[in-house]
Ligand binder design. Structure first.
Ligand SMILES: NC(=O)c1ccc[n+]([C@@H]2O[C@H](COP(=O)([O-])OP(=O)(O)OC[C@H]3O[C@@H](n4cnc5c(N)ncnc54)[C@H](OP(=O)(O)O)[C@@H]3O)[C@@H](O)[C@H]2O)c1
Length: 325
């Protein structure tokens, strides 16, 4: 495993990390989560991503119980969680980044995770109804109280990130240091265009999500939706269109010979492609079983095989004229 600095912070994150969305508390209970996390940790993964809303809070409970069983030294791993949607209906309990919600949110997450602090705390989306200044102050306080060590944003507009940084600098508060955006072969525009300024000008880090577009980029949906896959899960029917999109499937099929030539599986190839972008700090992978982790972590072996020629062939398949850095 290799490690990158999280933007301009001193914190080092493994190039590949592991998240628990859809899997923990839905497909994987504690014993499976222990296996999945152990496979990642044994490959050098030091960062585990979660969110209060995943499986309605169960994902944090499962990760907390797994961490307890695994008994790793706290200094050897990083845990993140994310707050925004909330776990209950009603004013101040959902879709907000107000001070009350953030402080009650982190307290609930720490309880479920059985941790004294999370290493990274993300605002899971932006909240246009709460002044950014209120959110920045609450996140600053959470860090000052030792409940989180760093904070960041997820899918905020670049202008909102710039505003939060500017407010924090003006008041000498802890500023956000990392964005969590989607980034994969299909979804790269926002990362490569809108966020350029925050990466370049503010040294913002990034922990990127859905690197395999929910599994589409493994090639396993090319013959239809396979059993025991995310595409079969109740509650995730909204993913069907994407997983059965003929144009997307054709692009995945066209990638296969490039991956094969490299000696990589399509999953490894697609993960290694994400790491070509120097503004990626860590690619958050997902896995419903340990065997997938074992396959995916080997993606690291292919990161230096993406010559300009290969990158050009990939861009041609995805109809991208010229990939901006
Ligand atoms: N900030 C945000 O808004 C946000 C949003 C989404 C995700 N995230 C984070 O990003 C993490 C990763 O996202 P993701 O789970 O969507 O990642 P992904 O890599 O796009 O999809 C992971 C899923 O693909 C399948 N898969 C993975 N490796 C495979 C392999 N080698 N062979 C066959 N199938 C394989 C597994 O599903 P099946 O086995 O069930 O098919 C696995 O759960 C999440 O856990 C979460 O931490 C953040």
């Amino acid at each position: 495993m290799k490690y990158r600095h999280l933007g301009q912070t001193g914190l080092q994150v493994s190039e590949l990390s592991l998240g628990s969305w859809v899997t923990f508390g839905v497909q994987a209970e504690v014993p499976a989560a222990v296996e999945i996390m152990a496979a990642a940790y044994d490959s050098g993964v030091n960062f585990f991503d979660n969110a209060e809303v995943y499986a309605g809070g169960k994902s944090e409970e499962v990760m907390g119980a797994a961490l307890k069983q695994l008994g790793w030294r706290r200094g050897s791993y990083l845990v993140s969680t994310k707050i925004y949607w909330g776990l209950h209906d009603g004013p101040n309990e959902q879709n907000t980044l107000n001070r009350k919600r953030l402080i009650e949110g982190i307290n609930g997450s720490l309880q479920r995770l059985r941790l004294e602090y999370v290493d990274l705390l993300f605002c899971h989306r932006s909240d246009p109804t709460t002044p950014i200044e209120e959110t920045v102050w609450a996140m600053h306080n959470i860090i000052e109280w030792g409940k989180a060590l760093y904070w960041g944003t997820s899918e905020w507009a670049a202008a909102e990130i710039a505003s939060a940084i500017e407010i924090a600098e003006r008041h000498h508060l802890h500023k956000p240091v990392v964005e969590q955006p989607q980034y994969n072969l299909f979804e790269r525009e926002r990362f490569s265009q809108e966020y350029q300024r925050v990466y370049r000008e503010y040294g913002y880090g990034s922990t990127t999500w859905s690197p395999l577009a929910s599994g589409l980029l493994t090639g396993k949906y090319n013959q239809g939706i396979p059993d025991n896959s995310r595409g079969t899960l109740k509650g995730y029917e909204w993913l069907h269109d994407q997983l059965t999109d003929k144009e997307k499937l054709a692009r995945v099929a066209a990638l296969a010979p490039l991956a094969e030539k490299m000696g990589a599986s399509l999953a490894q190839f697609s993960l290694a492609w994400c790491l070509q972008n120097p503004y990626v700090s860590s690619v958050i992978t997902g896995a419903s079983r340990a065997a997938q982790v074992e396959e995916n972590m080997k993606a690291i072996e292919f990161t230096d095989k993406f010559t300009p020629g290969v990158m050009g062939q990939i861009d041609e398949i995805f109809g991208v004229e010229q990939e901006e850095e």
